[in-house]
Design a protein around this ligand. Structure first.
Ligand code: 13P
Length: 251
C-alpha cells in the first residue's frame, strides 16, 4: 500500500531564518514518520538552512526544490541545477507547477526535460498537473490532465521515484477545493492512465497527491479517498500548527 506524502510548497515565501525556524518547529513535533512522509519545499535560498534544521531537529522530513533547469551548469543566468540543489541538501524537486506553466511559460516539453534530468541525477520528482477553470467548464479537464501526465513522463519508464500532484488551477490559493468526489475521480483517471501507458504495477505503486486549498478542515475527507495519497499544500504549509494538523490528518 502507498505511504501518504504531505508536502508543503512554500512558493516565494520565507527568508533563510524564517524557513529554518518553520522547518525546525514542524520537523521536531510529534510525527509518525513510519506511516507518512513529510516534505518541505522552500525557495532555493532556504534549502540549505531547512535541510540543516531538519537534521538538527532529528526529524525525517524530506527537502525539495520548487524547480530546476534541465542543464547542469554553464551560461544560464538565473538558473539552478539538480547538482546544486543536491549539494544544498535537497533530494526532491517539484516540477511543472501551474505557476511555472502559466507565469513562466513552461511547456510540457520543457517540464519533461526537467523530469528526466532530475531522475537521472537521483532526485525524486513531484510532477504537477491540473486543468484551468476554462478547461473544466469546457469539460476538457480529464483530457488536459492526462495529456500533461503523458507528456511530462515521456521517455520515463521507471516511475518508482515519481509522484504526481493533481492541482486544479481554479482551486489554488482561492479557498475553493475540489470536492472529494471530483478529486477522487481525477486521481482514479490518472491512475488508470498510468496503468495504460506503463503497467498496472506502476499504477498501483505511484502516489498521487491532491493540491489546491488543502486545509486542516478538509484534509481528512480528501485523504480518505482511495486514490488520494497525500497533499501538496501551499498556504496552509506556511503555518506550523496548520501544516501539523494536515500531516496528522488521521489523528
Ligand atoms: P494552496 O494550498 O495555497 O491553494 O496552494 C496549492 C499549491 O499550489 C501547492 O503547490
Amino acid at each position: 500500500s502507498r505511504k501518504p506524502l504531505i508536502a508543503g510548497n512554500w512558493k516565494m515565501n520565507k527568508n533563510v531564518s524564517e524557513g529554518a525556524a518553520l522547518a525546525a518547529e514542524i520537523a521536531g513535533a510529534d510525527i509518525d514518520y513510519s506511516t507518512r512522509d513529510v516534505l518541505f519545499a522552500p525557495p532555493f535560498t532556504g534549502i540549505y538552512a531547512v535541510a540543516e534544521a531538519v537534521k538538527k531537529a532529528g526529524g525525517k522530513a524530506l527537502v525539495a526544490a520548487q524547480n530546476i533547469y534541465f542543464e547542469e551548469s554553464g551560461a544560464f543566468t538565473g538558473e539552478v541545477s539538480s547538482g546544486m540543489i543536491k549539494s544544498a541538501g535537497a533530494s526532491w524537486v517539484i516540477l511543472g507547477h501551474s505557476e511555472r506553466r502559466s507565469i513562466f511559460g513552461e511547456t510540457d516539453e520543457i517540464i519533461n526535460k526537467k523530469v528526466k534530468k532530475a531522475l537521472a541525477d537521483g532526485l525524486s520528482v513531484i510532477l504537477c498537473v491540473g486543468e484551468t477553470l476554462w478547461e473544466r467548464e469546457a469539460k476538457a479537464e480529464v483530457e488536459t490532465v492526462l495529456a500533461q501526465t503523458g507528456k511530462g513522463l515521456e521517455g520515463v519508464e521507471d516511475l518508482s521515484n515519481v509522484v504526481i500532484a493533481y492541482e486544479p488551477v481554479w482551486a489554488i490559493g482561492t479557498g475553493k477545493t475540489a470536492s472529494p468526489a471530483d478529486a477522487e475521480a481525477m486521481h482514479k483517471a490518472i491512475r488508470e492512465y498510468i496503468a495504460k501507458i506503463r503497467s498496472s504495477a506502476a499504477a498501483e505503486n505511484i502516489r498521487i497527491l491532491y493540491g489546491g486549498s488543502m486545509k486542516p478542515d478538509n484534509a481528512k475527507e480528501l485523504m480518505a479517498c482511495p486514490d488520494i495519497d497525500g497533499g501538496l499544500v501551499g498556504g496552509a504549509s506556511l503555518k506550523a500548527d496548520q501544516f501539523l494538523k494536515i500531516i496528522n490528518f488521521d489523528k
